[in-house]
Design a protein around this ligand. Structure first.
Ligand SMILES: *Cc1c(COP(=O)(O)O)cnc(C)c1O
Length: 373
């Protein structure tokens, strides 16, 4: 028997979350953001659940190629644009739309020979200060780009730094909308947080929204709102089993560095999942794990292949009991159990994004399709 650790991809959750994105912007088109191999879920594995989107947004030409191999004929947007002039040949060949965020990318386009002019998204830096033209430089970049024979339609795009936070998007949105006011072209502003929190305003929704993390069922603004608040469902479950149970006496210690000391006799469970699987090594004692659907705390240090949990709350647990690291747990008395990835991430001082992206190659993945009939 293989090691019991496995990741499950829930196609029904992807379908549901995409629909949820649509209800927040019914009049906009949706880019499903699938960068970083679909946030660790696997582009091929999420395709079936997300192919109802209007386009896919990502960073790597190799990932765009994989979408074309899946026979996706619709729009694909490179969110960072091209990294060197030769990439433009791939854009022409694969029909990729690309962000243009700096003068060098305009220079390369001006030198590019193509039969088909490119659809580009000109990026404005409205305060994030990573990519894009400042409002002061934007209009001349737009004019220069629009004049190129290599360019078809120019759309306008910006990205918010604080859409998940109380400080919000007002200043950035204002800078973007006022600078673009009399420029033609479709607009795209919203990531998941902006879509969920700020897209009541049609000007903010724009023509294209760009949800990422919400499609995978994590909340972009946890702990202020959890995924259940936004009616999102986890697209990934990471689950395993107990492979050993230890009976500790008071004074016994657990694992590397003897980080945990039992203060009473207790049962300890050993779960087949460790940092080599992508479970964060810095997960502290108290990080929740479900054992047969019952919440128990992690104790001691996360090791490469195993973690250890306190079984006091799960007296029935034994070797072979199901361990849910995040996602959907087994039913208890007909009731679904759930361990939100955001909650695990929060214990570890990070965000759901990082955990889902980090699930490692060695973890086998199974795609669960919705039942028909
Ligand atoms: C990653 C990314 C998104 C999606 O962000 P989420 O917070 O995952 O919704 C949207 N736009 C751009 C430019 C991005 O890089």
């Amino acid at each position: 028997m293989p090691r019991p650790l496995e990741a499950l991809i829930h196609v029904d959750a992807l379908l549901h979350n995409l629909q949820c994105a649509r209800t927040h912007a019914p009049d906009a088109r949706v880019w499903a953001v699938v960068k970083a191999n679909a946030y660790g879920h696997g582009i091929e594995r999420v395709f079936e659940g997300l192919r109802g989107a209007d386009g896919f947004a990502l960073l790597d030409i190799a990932e765009a190629q994989r979408l074309r191999q899946l026979d996706w004929r619709g729009p694909i947007l490179l969110l960072e644009g091209v990294f060197e002039p030769r990439d433009l040949e791939w854009c022409s060949r694969l029909g990729l739309w690309h962000v243009v965020h700096c003068d060098e990318q305009i220079d390369w386009l001006a030198q590019h020979k193509t039969e088909w002019p490119h659809r580009v998204f000109l990026k404005m830096n409205t305060g994030m200060n990573r990519l894009g033209f400042t409002p002061a430089a934007f209009r001349s970049a737009w004019a220069r780009l629009s004049a190129l024979t290599q360019v078809d339609e120019v759309s306008l795009i910006t990205h918010f730094s604080d859409a998940d936070a109380p400080s919000g998007i007002d200043q950035q949105a204002q800078a973007f909308l006022s600078t673009c006011a009399d420029l033609s072209g479709e607009r795209s502003l919203c990531n998941s947080a902006a879509l969920l929190r700020h897209a009541q305003d049609p000007a903010i929704r724009g023509d294209w929204v760009r949800p990422g993390v919400m499609l995978y069922g994590a909340s972009p603004d946890y702990p202020e709102h959890d995924a259940a608040h936004w009616k999102l469902e986890p697209a990934m479950t990471l689950h395993s089993e107990l492979i050993a149970v230890q009976h500790l006496q008071a004074g016994d210690t657990v694992g590397y560095g003897s980080l945990f000391t039992a203060d009473r006799p207790m049962r300890l469970g050993v779960v087949a999942c460790g940092y080599a699987d992508g479970y964060p090594r810095h997960a502290p004692s108290g990080t929740p794990v479900l054992i047969d659907g019952v919440r128990v705390p992690l104790i001691g240090r996360v090791s490469m292949d195993m973690i250890t949990v306190d079984l006091s709350a799960a007296p029935e647990a034994q070797v072979g009991s199901e361990a849910t690291l995040w996602g959907r747990g087994p039913q208890i008395n007909g009731q679904a159990t759930l361990l939100p990835i955001d909650e695990v991430a929060h214990h570890c001082g990070t965000v759901g994004y990082e955990l889902m992206c980090a699930v490692s190659q060695r973890v086998p993945v199974e795609v669960l399709r919705p039942h028909h009939g």
